[in-house]
Design a binder for this molecule. Structure first.
Ligand code: NAG
Ligand code: NAG
Ligand code: NAG
Ligand code: NAG
Length: 594
């Protein structure tokens, strides 16, 4: 950013259209007669100025600003000319290496477990989410990646499977979050519909699934129940949390429901999704953060942790993405998103004690001895939270933009103050997420803890100064803690993809390639597929017999898109759902807006 800031601050065109420019005094013309010495003096003077400017540009910028009487803030509001962008061309060698990794995974799954929900690459077996039979979770999750990668043969077999074998008629209880983002977006039916050029097979399946699922919204609050029986078309209460539903679960269906209404002209999906958002808005707590649980009967938030990780992450993500989906027309979401980001900055963004790394922490409620509730700040960042760096950048250039389109990379004056804040925090968080990759394998752990003064570790040389993996000091033969694993998660590469598209800065491609190479080296199963590794600090790695479906649908898709040219799924025409399935941005059909 600083580079572009300096570049942009050099001069203001005299006849710039922005009224804030007109209010400033115009600098007088130079009117000095250098006389006959000018010919000799001018070149060395210009050279000296150029060298000084090259070495110390800030001197000139400050001088110019004070001459113009502009403060930093005012300066940053003067938008000069149309957006500038850089050309993003494909890196075909790296892009094709990612495609081969996808084929290495898909072919193993197709060989061993075609149609099963999940894949175990070491035992070469598949499993289903419930005993009632599979719903094709891995197949539908992977289809849009095949379409994007141009894998025609794999695609046509997968499509055939969807058309002839896929069934939702399963008499068993599924978790809504697994099923809907899995089938509205994880299963990516609507993205497959769009990217296949409107192949109705996918739309019909999506409508069938939505209609089976709609009964979960029939609660007193309108918040959907977490569990569903697809065969009986009945919602079910989660036995572990009978009164609760999680914020991320109820607020992560909207992109799909809304798009389905646009495609079918049936507004019921849109209305069910939007009623949830209205309910959430009216329940919001005074500080503006969402706690991870809500009561599905009253619709109120219940006393529980506040964080950007599991059970809350996509709540924040979808506030922004709903605003983007309808092409920046719904201020309802822009305002909710802005308020949420202000609250997140106020309460959850922290800096590490040693080198000021920006990270997000969690607020956990505790009962004080006198019965009051106190909040404990826990410096714990899930790998899941690494989506948030990219999300902040995307928010800065949309909800936080003063002009449209913004430059690539955005000039500070194109962003509001909140946009500039989010842009900075987003960049800082991505750096932190990359830092959590400085492990023996180059892969990030599932959970990183950051050092705080009260952690009691002192300056014990055994502990690092900024972040650590909790419980990682184990004796030989002991199993490493859950926190140590890397399960092929996509969130860091997702942020790198967004950062690369919004800046054109090659460092993001470089980082993405490092992660890809680490996955190849430590997670690849020679007979096919990739596996979770249980300790990012152990080489050679120990693998676990599981390849999460998001490897095919998210991790490899974002890696692929980092190395394509920018015309493949451009960010001004598509919004990615939380499972990396791109949906087209549309102008809201007026009859759907209530
Ligand atoms: C998963 O479900 C499908 C569909 O019912 C079935 O054909 C397949 O055998 C099941 N797989 C396993 C491993 O049970
Ligand atoms: C669904 O499963 C339940 C319990 O396993 C059974 O009692 C019920 O008859 C089944 N319903 C249908 C329609 O298959
Ligand atoms: C798909 O349908 C949309 C309208 O929903 C239409 O605008 C678009 O042109 C169609 N695409 C193709 C490839 O037919
Ligand atoms: C979104 O709005 C912009 C500016 O109003 C317009 O140029 C663009 O075509 C719209 N995009 C879509 C996908 O409707």
């Amino acid at each position: 950013m600083s580079g572009s800031k300096l570049r942009q601050r050099k001069k203001i065109p005299k006849n710039a259209k922005d009224s804030r420019v007109d209010e400033q005094e115009t600098p007088p013309e130079f009117d000095i007669d250098f006389g006959k010495y000018a010919t000799f003096l001018l070149p060395p003077i210009l050279l000296a100025l150029a060298v000084t400017y090259y070495l110390y540009p800030q001197i000139f910028i400050d001088a110019f600003q004070s001459y113009m009487g502009l403060s930093d803030v005012e300066m940053s509001r003067v938008v000069k000319g149309p957006a500038i962008s850089v050309e993003i061309t494909a890196d075909t060698m790296k892009r094709d290496a990612v495609v081969r990794a996808f084929q290495h995974s898909w072919s193993a799954y197709e060989r061993d477990a075609m149609g099963d929900d999940e894949y175990h690459p070491i035992s070469h077996k598949g499993t289903n989410l419930t005993a009632a039979g599979g719903i094709g979770y891995t197949v539908v999750d992977s289809i849009d990646t095949m379409l994007l990668m141009g894998l025609h043969q794999e695609y046509s077999r997968a499509r055939e499977w969807v058309a002839t074998k896929m069934s939702f008629d399963r008499n068993a209880t599924f978790n809504t979050f697994e099923v809907i983002p899995t089938f509205f977006t994880r299963c990516g039916l609507l993205s497959a519909y769009h990217l296949s050029g409107n192949d109705t097979v996918y739309l019909e399946k999506a409508v069938e699934l939505a209609d089976r699922m709609i009964p979960v919204f029939n609660t007193p609050s309108g918040l959907p129940l977490t569990n569903i029986n697809l065969a009986l078309r009945e919602g079910a209460i989660d036995p572990n949390w009978p009164e609760f539903v999680s914020s991320a679960e109820v607020a992560t269906l909207q992109l799909e429901l809304r798009y389905l209404s646009v495609l079918t002209g049936n507004s019921i999906y849109w209305e069910k999704g939007e009623a949830v958002m209205r309910r959430l808005k009216s329940s919001l707590l005074p500080h503006g953060l969402a706690s991870i649980f809500l009561n599905w009967q009253t619709g109120e938030f219940v006393l529980s942790a506040m964080r950007l990780g599991s059970r809350a992450d996509s709540y924040y993500e979808y506030l922004l993405k709903q605003y983007i989906q309808t092409n920046h027309t719904e201020d309802f979401y822009r305002n909710m998103y802005s308020d949420a980001m202000t609250a997140v900055h106020k309460h959850l963004i922290k800096k590490s004690v040693n080198s000021n790394m920006v990270y997000t922490s969690e607020l956990v409620p505790e009962a004080a001895p006198d019965g009051r509730t106190t909040w404990r700040l826990t410096p714990k960042q899930d790998h899941l939270v690494c989506f948030f760096g990219g999300s902040l950048l995307l928010g800065a250039t949309t909800a936080g933009a003063l002009v449209r389109p913004v430059s690539i990379p955005p000039r500070p004056e194109e962003l509001s103050e909140a946009g500039q804040r989010d842009w900075k925090t987003g960049n800082d968080l991505i750096k932190t997420c990359m830092d959590t990759h400085s492990t023996s394998t180059g892969l990030a752990p599932e959970i990183a803890h950051f050092r705080i003064a009260s952690d009691g570790m002192g300056d014990d040389a055994m502990y690092p100064s900024d972040w650590y993996i909790k419980g990682a000091h184990i004796k030989p033969g002991e199993l490493p803690p859950y926190d140590s694993r890397y399960m092929l998660r996509p969130e860091t590469v997702e942020s790198l993809f967004i950062a690369y598209r919004l800046t054109g800065n090659e460092k993001y491609r470089y980082w993405a390639w490092e992660i890809f190479e680490a996955i190849e080296l430590h997670c690849r199963v020679e007979t096919g597929g990739y596996a979770t590794i249980i300790n990012v600090d152990e080489v050679p790695s120990q693998k676990e017999d599981k390849m999460e479906t998001f490897m095919l649908s998210e991790t490899l898709k974002y890696l692929y898109l980092i190395f394509t040219d920018a015309s493949v799924v451009p960010l001004d025409k598509y919004v990615f759902n939380t499972e990396a399935h791109p949906l087209p941005i549309f102008d809201t059909p007026p009859d759907l807006l209530s």
